[in-house]
Design a protein around this ligand. Sequence first.
Ligand SMILES: NC(=O)c1ccc[n+]([C@@H]2O[C@H](COP(=O)([O-])OP(=O)(O)OC[C@H]3O[C@@H](n4cnc5c(N)ncnc54)[C@H](OP(=O)(O)O)[C@@H]3O)[C@@H](O)[C@H]2O)c1
Length: 229
Amino acid sequence: MTDLSGRVALVAGGAGAIGEGVVRAFLTLGARVVVPSRQAEHLASLRERLGHPHGLHGLVNDIASPGGAELLAAAVAENVGPLDAVVAAVGSWWQDGPLVEVDPSEWTRVLNANLTTHFLLARTLVPSLRDRPNSSYQMVIGDTAESPMAGASLSTVTAAGVLGLLRAQSVEEPTVRINGLYLGPVITRSRPKGPPEWLTADEVGDYAAWLATEAAADIRGQLLRPPKP
Ligand SMILES: NC(=O)c1ccc[n+]([C@@H]2O[C@H](COP(=O)([O-])OP(=O)(O)OC[C@H]3O[C@@H](n4cnc5c(N)ncnc54)[C@H](OP(=O)(O)O)[C@@H]3O)[C@@H](O)[C@H]2O)c1
């Protein structure tokens, strides 16, 4: 019920701080894991940190470039095979000052990086999951979507946008289990310390990998807070 042997997962943002924990957990349950990154060095570092696992397939790709998501889908189909699970952990925290001081060019940049990437991934990859049994699509969503912090408006706006994508996709895609991982601050390699109640990237990853298994086959359309073990 909790084995992912023979399954293929794509972790967008898998070379990032949270994504690393997600990739590690999917590999531990036996999945092959595809990770796109804009930089080959990030993929090499990830491979080294994970101990050079056989099941890891890095692909240099910029999801946000013109045709980037389609190129990613084509490279996965050619080099790895059909996907069974996707975890979208792209985007980054933004806290650069009050909303009224945000330059419109910065607004566009951050929306592209944190929200449009999610749209492009969902648009390109969700259709390929429709015919796969128990397929799963997960979006990582910061809880700043509904708990704003001063100076972090664009993090709130983009997280709320991803929450909207989750809600919309959940009613449009009956055969794909689409869920959101709703996260507060996470302890990661970038921020290795925090209060004991914070989740670690590995704990987020363990939950995400479990959510892709048969054991979670009934869970769909949910915004989920992974439990602290
Ligand atoms: N860290 C936290 O405590 C926390 C808490 C709640 C929610 N979140 C949310 O979780 C998500 C991930 O956070 P994080 O801390 O793991 O961020 P991160 O370390 O900056 O990782 C983000 C990853 O996204 C990838 N990425 C971004 N744009 C891409 C593109 N156009 N094409 C391909 N890959 C792209 C980056 O890959 P490359 O740079 O290698 O291309 C990077 O590895 C964000 O949305 C964040 O808001 C984080």
